[in-house]
Design a protein around this ligand. Structure first.
Ligand SMILES: Nc1ncnc2c1ncn2[C@@H]1O[C@H](COP(=O)(O)OP(=O)(O)OP(=O)(O)O)[C@@H](O)[C@H]1O
Ligand SMILES: C[C@@](O)(CCO)CC(=O)[O-]
Ligand SMILES: [Mg+2]
Length: 313
């Protein structure tokens, strides 16, 4: 039997980083999907072409990979497998984007592996059970992190995370999005933000309080389809992420240029240090992102979360 999980990637519309410290945030699943296939095997095997591994040392006695960097990269997969079972399987991961681009690829690998492997073993988990298990794994691997990415990709939709509640939002506002290469992973950026917090407790607290206020205001405007107001808050949210040290020059320049060109809103999206940028939908948005060398993605909202299909060989 082969089991395939199809996981929508996500955009963070508002509130990244502040959400890790208990503030609200809004994330949405989009029409780009990472697939995880599980099939029978005598040993655990992981195949993931988009990881683009170079310079890997292999122990030829048992063909074991001996490389700390590789084991770190595969941590999300291996921890997800051990959270579910110990029957050896082959895992194939097919991603539409490069790893670590601010689109919740880490969460997608976890949600996909947990969904497909549990279904392969005959355990039928509900979307909420998948979300909870996936969050535990992401937190274990990263050390710091909120439930936002794993939950939104398990449950699907545009979701406001507020305290311990998830609230679905409906909005007709659409965004254009692209990504740049990143200089560090979300896990590394989360440590940097934590250092900021430890160095300037009061300033940090005011910044994340402001981000929290932006999120709650943006939620109302999103539901009322007020694009101009949503866009204005995107620029403010971006400015606060700049203050936290999460942005990079190419994204700051693209966001600043977007404002100069009259695009209603633009901001970085996700963990930062490069990664994704979102802009309100405007013919100039796609052109601008392309001119800065971003890879455009399909950011149309997708309603559903992870889905699983089974077929016999
Ligand atoms: N195709 C893949 N195959 C295997 N592992 C992957 C794949 N894509 C991502 N990963 C894992 O996820 C890690 C990237 O996670 P990271 O949180 O930095 O990026 P992201 O989830 O895309 O961004 P964000 O958290 O900001 O949304 C990689 O280092 C790797 O361990
Ligand atoms: C930066 C962050 O807020 C979003 C990453 O997609 C991290 C998290 O919520 O765990
Ligand atoms: Mg991630």
């Amino acid at each position: 039997m082969i089991v395939e999980a199809r996981v929508p990637l996500k955009l963070t519309l508002f509130g990244e980083h502040a959400v890790v410290y208990g503030k609200p945030a809004i994330a949405a699943t989009i029409s780009e999907f990472l697939k995880v296939r599980v099939s029978p095997s005598e040993k655990f095997v992981v195949v993931s072409p988009s990881l683009n591994l170079k310079g890997v040392k292999v122990n030829l006695d048992d063909m074991r990979v001996e490389n700390e960097q590789v084991s770190r990269l595969l941590n999300y997969v291996s921890e997800s497998l051990s959270a579910v079972g110990d029957v050896p399987v082959k895992i194939e991961i097919e991603s539409p984007v490069e790893p670590s681009v601010g689109l919740g690829t880490s969460a997608a690998v976890i949600v996909g592996t947990i969904s497909a492997y549990s279904s392969f073993l005959g355990q039928d988990l509900t979307p909420m059970e998948i979300a909870r298990k996936s969050h535990e794994v992401e937190l274990r691997v990263q050390g710091i992190g909120s439930r936002m990415d794993t939950y939104v990709e398990s449950l699907g939709g545009i979701i406001l995370f507020n305290g311990n509640k998830e609230e679905r939002i409906h909005s007709d506002i659409s965004f254009v999005s692209g990504y740049f290469r990143r200089s560090m992973t979300t896990a590394e950026m989360l440590k940097k933000v934590k250092e900021f917090k430890d160095q300037s407790v009061e300033v940090f607290s005011k910044i994340i309080d402001s981000i929290g206020s932006i999120v709650m205001e943006a939620k109302e405007y999103m539901e009322e389809n007020k694009e101009t107001e949503v866009g204005r808050l995107m620029y403010v949210n971006h400015g606060l992420l700049f203050s936290l040290g999460v942005t990079v020059p190419e994204i700051d320049e693209a966001v600043s240029r977007a404002r100069y060109l009259g695009i209603k809103g633009a901001k970085i999206s996700g963990g930062g240090a490069g990664g994704s940028v979102i802009m309100t939908s405007d013919p100039a948005s796609g052109m601008l992102l392309r001119s800065f060398g971003a890879y455009l993605i399909n950011s149309r909202f997708h309603e559903g979360g992870v889905t699983v299909s089974k077929r016999t060989e």
